[in-house]
Write a protein that binds this ligand. Structure first.
Ligand SMILES: *[C@@H]1O[C@H](CO)[C@@H](O)[C@H](O)[C@H]1NC(C)=O
Ligand SMILES: *[C@@H]1O[C@H](CO)[C@@H](O)[C@H](O)[C@H]1NC(C)=O
Ligand SMILES: *[C@@H]1O[C@H](CO)[C@@H](O)[C@H](O)[C@H]1NC(C)=O
Ligand SMILES: *[C@@H]1O[C@H](CO)[C@@H](O)[C@H](O)[C@H]1NC(C)=O
Length: 428
């Protein structure tokens, strides 16, 4: 009896223990699930809900005349010191802002959301040096919002003396990115810069997407996006209308991808000019693809100065490009010498190699549609042309090509016939 009873008793105890264990397990699971949910929520909200710093809370006024530079700097300083990701908001409206330099390193990633229009002072004398807005030394940066940076360049353009002097007066660049890593610039317009619109220097992994650049076709040196000494720059689905190169790629540029860019007016998409200065770094890995170029002075070109120090430009590819009424649509010019500022007759020592031009079609506004003028000292090597179909639409004649110091590999459509005769004609 006792034995049975004790058996029953121990059964009960065991069952209760088991029930308790299950309950406690459930509770433990529930609470750890809650902790897990909280973790996900907290982490994701800290990732997505950036702290917002609205410049109007720092004294900026959307009246088009109060200088918001100090408000911008203070907002930046506070945002930069914040341990969570920060967004500086410039809301709708028109703001005036004098020169600012916004630097890192910052505690976390930074973003600027520009919804309105920010104008530069029109008088270039009010800006020291060669930049209006500088973003520098920062890892993790975003700029977006659909707004406009207006450089108000009209007065400054009349003071441009680059056609007179090799080292010309510094006029401010709208936007400079100096030593910026992992950045995304999206849905931004830059308008009427006094000089280059955007300058990219010492950057790594920076993308420009849906960027619009607008300046008159006769505004001097208003290059759209200039890249130098940077690795991993992508320009995609953007519209660039300007008075100089739509995109220019300077020394030390590596892994540059330009896709879906609509260019013109302007001077086209250029590698160079290279070989103007000492100690220039190699240009390696340029991919220009699916672009439309309209009414420009040049199409896709590589330009180097004569009498240059030694240099390298290699692995450059231009593919699927439509030319509408473009001067010099395909151009390698190793005697680039605007305004005759160079030593006559001394060849360039920039070595150009591994270049391809593929599927380039449309109309040329100059009779010479393909010009490949390479250096007498260092002929171009491993140049490939395939499916070139360019017509010269004047009544005066058909499109031609000029080839110097080059033996390209040619395939597919060849309009004009390429390098069928060699000539010593000078670049147009
Ligand atoms: C490049 O930068 C973008 C934008 O900040 C970032 O999302 C991406 O992860 C970066 N890529 C690499 C390879 O670091
Ligand atoms: C650029 O494009 C090339 C070829 O399309 C690709 O191999 C490369 O990864 C791209 N580079 C960048 C930085 O996007
Ligand atoms: C080519 O670029 C245009 C923008 O100019 C874009 O709409 C189109 O989708 C691109 N095509 C390809 C195949 O990338
Ligand atoms: C055609 O040739 C004539 C004479 O060489 C020249 O004056 C004229 O500008 C040319 N027209 C075009 C459209 O190139």
């Amino acid at each position: 009896m006792f034995y049975i009873c004790s058996e029953k008793h121990s059964d009960k105890v065991r069952r209760r223990r088991k029930e308790n264990a299950v309950k406690m397990g459930k509770m433990a699971m529930e609470s750890s699930f809650m902790v897990f949910v909280c973790l996900i929520y907290c982490v994701s909200s800290s990732l997505t809900q950036a702290q917002v710093f609205d410049v109007t809370k720092y004294g900026a006024k959307a009246d088009g005349s109060t200088d918001m530079a100090q408000a911008m700097k203070t907002a930046w300083t506070e945002a930069c010191a914040s341990p969570s990701p920060s967004t500086i908001l410039i809301p709708r409206g028109t703001f005036l802002m004098s020169q600012v330099s916004l630097g890192g390193p910052c505690k976390s990633s930074m973003a600027v959301q520009l919804q309105g229009t920010v104008k530069a002072p029109a008088d270039p004398a009010q800006t020291k040096g060669d930049s209006w807005i500088v973003i520098r030394n920062i890892n993790g940066f975003k700029l977006n919002g659909g707004g406009t940076f207006d450089g108000q360049g009209k007065i400054a353009w009349t003071k441009n003396d680059c056609h007179l002097k090799k080292k010309c007066t510094n006029l401010p660049i709208n936007l400079r990115f100096d030593f910026v890593t992992n950045a995304l610039i999206q849905d931004i317009t830059t308008l009427d810069s006094k000089q280059f619109h955007v300058n990219v220097l010492g950057c790594k992994n920076i993308t420009f997407q849906h960027v619009t650049v607008t300046a008159p076709g006769d505004s001097p040196n208003t290059d759209g996006i200039h890249i130098g000494r940077s690795n991993g720059v992508t320009i995609v689905d953007s519209i660039i209308q300007t008075g100089d190169d739509c995109v220019s790629i300077g020394d030390g540029s590596q892994q540059i991808n330009i896709t879906g860019v609509t260019c013109g007016p302007g001077h086209g998409i250029s590698v160079g000019s290279l070989g103007k200065w000492k100690n220039e770094e190699p240009v390696v890995g340029i991919f220009v693809k699916n672009c439309t170029i309209t009414g420009t002075m040049n199409g896709v070109r590589i330009k180097t100065w004569p009498a240059s120090p030694a240099g390298i430009a290699t692995d450059m590819h231009f593919e699927d490009i439509i030319m509408n009424d473009v001067g010099n649509p395909v151009l390698i010019d190793q005697e680039y010498c605007p305004w005759n500022q160079c030593t006559d007759g001394v060849p360039s020592r920039v070595k150009v190699s591994k270049v391809s031009f593929k599927n380039i079609r449309g109309t040329s506004s100059t009779q010479v549609a393909v010009q490949l003028s390479c250096s007498k000292a260092l002929p171009c090597e491993e140049v490939e042309l395939a499916d070139i179909d360019l017509t010269f639409h004047a009544t005066n004649g058909t499109a031609t090509s000029v080839c110097d110091n080059i033996k390209p590999v040619i395939s597919g459509t060849q309009n004009p016939p390429i390098c069928s005769t060699t000539s010593t004609a000078q670049p147009a």
